[in-house]
Design a protein around this ligand. Structure first.
Ligand code: GLN
Length: 312
């Protein structure tokens, strides 16, 4: 493993610049208008070893919002709040093969629960499960959990991105009201959506993603203190969803070509991991038509092939 870190440190700048060419094949998301301002040609990466050693390359200082990457951690918090039985009454365990914001299967497949917790419908259902005595208490609990896993006590959400998403979320509102009608959502729909927009807008750098990935790679243990932050069983569930649904409807192709548990977001971030060994955070705002970072996916594929990281 030590040699691996040396090899990565040696090669990473080269792999990154090679992958940066792929940014021209995509564009930053614009359905949330604030995301369109992201630099399209940017690409950055942080790799964190099990002992906390960090290697970075490219635009790793860029801040961006987690978007769908946050769904992995709200799922984990909901599992800690309700256990498996409680969570899987509200969401299923199957990939959809549809776009991440699709509503097709909510209507077509009884009983109308979302297929999995990583599509928008499923993540909105998960947001409704987060314990708390008030909306602000629920947000505080999410932030406290994300801060603990990322190791950054100042982590918070980006007000402009949150406001932008909230003002343009016609499709997510439709999904949420549909879920309410299907008796999947308890409570106030707008409150649930507000919490969802806020956790999607939590602002990070690649370093935060690498550290959060490393906690999952270590089965829920804090890399510094060794303390259990998340029960191992729930981390196993999250990693399985990352393999089957983490890259939306490109998860099968990503599993074949890269073979790492990963989760992407529409701001261009990707959180990926090598079990027991590495956490990886990537940012590349230019996305392909399925909503994944073009250059980010290429960089992960390059690294996985060179380092033999596929779990398969
Ligand atoms: N906040 C985004 C949305 O709800 C998250 C989607 C994503 O990253 N794929 O549309």
């Amino acid at each position: 493993p030590k040699n691996d870190l040396n090899l990565i440190a040696d090669k990473l700048p080269e792999w990154l610049e090679e992958s940066r060419k792929y940014t021209v094949l995509g564009r930053p998301a614009s359905y949330i208008p604030e995301l369109a301002y992201a630099p399209a040609e940017a690409l950055g990466v942080t790799v964190m070893g099990a002992d906390g050693t960090e290697i970075t390359a490219g635009d790793c200082g860029l801040t961006f919002t987690m978007q769908s990457i946050s769904k992995v951690f709200t799922l984990l918090l909901a599992l800690m709040d309700h256990g498996e039985d409680g969570v899987f009454q509200k969401v299923g365990m199957e990939p959809t093969g549809d776009d991440f914001n699709s509503m097709l299967k909510l209507e077509l497949v009884p009983p109308g629960i979302p297929f999995n917790p990583l599509i928008n419908a499923g993540a909105i259902a998960i947001s409704s499960l987060i314990h708390g005595v008030s909306p602000s208490d629920k947000l505080s609990r999410i932030l406290a959990f994300f801060r603990e896993v990322s190791g950054d006590p100042d982590l918070t959400y980006n007000e402009a991105v949150y406001a932008s998403e909230s003002a343009h979320a016609h499709r997510n509102r439709s999904l949420a009201y549909f879920l309410k009608d299907n008796h999947v959502l308890d409570g106030d729909v707008e409150e649930v959506l507000d919490l969802y927009f806020k956790h999607c807008s939590i602002e990070v750098t690649c370093r935060h993603l690498a550290r959060m990935a490393l906690v999952l790679a270590l089965n829920g243990k804090d890399p510094v203190s060794g303390r259990e932050l998340i029960p191992k069983r729930y981390v196993a569930i999250a990693k399985t969803f990352m393999i089957t649904c983490g890259m939306y409807n490109a998860s099968g192709e990503f599993a074949i070509k890269v073979g790492m548990p990963a989760k992407s977001g529409v701001a261009g971030g990707i959180l990926a991991l090598v079990p027991g060994r590495f956490g990886v955070g990537v940012i590349g705002p230019a996305l392909n038509h399925k909503g994944n970072s073009t250059a980010g996916v290429h960089l992960l594929q390059t690294m996985s092939e060179a380092m033999d990281w596929s779990i398969f």
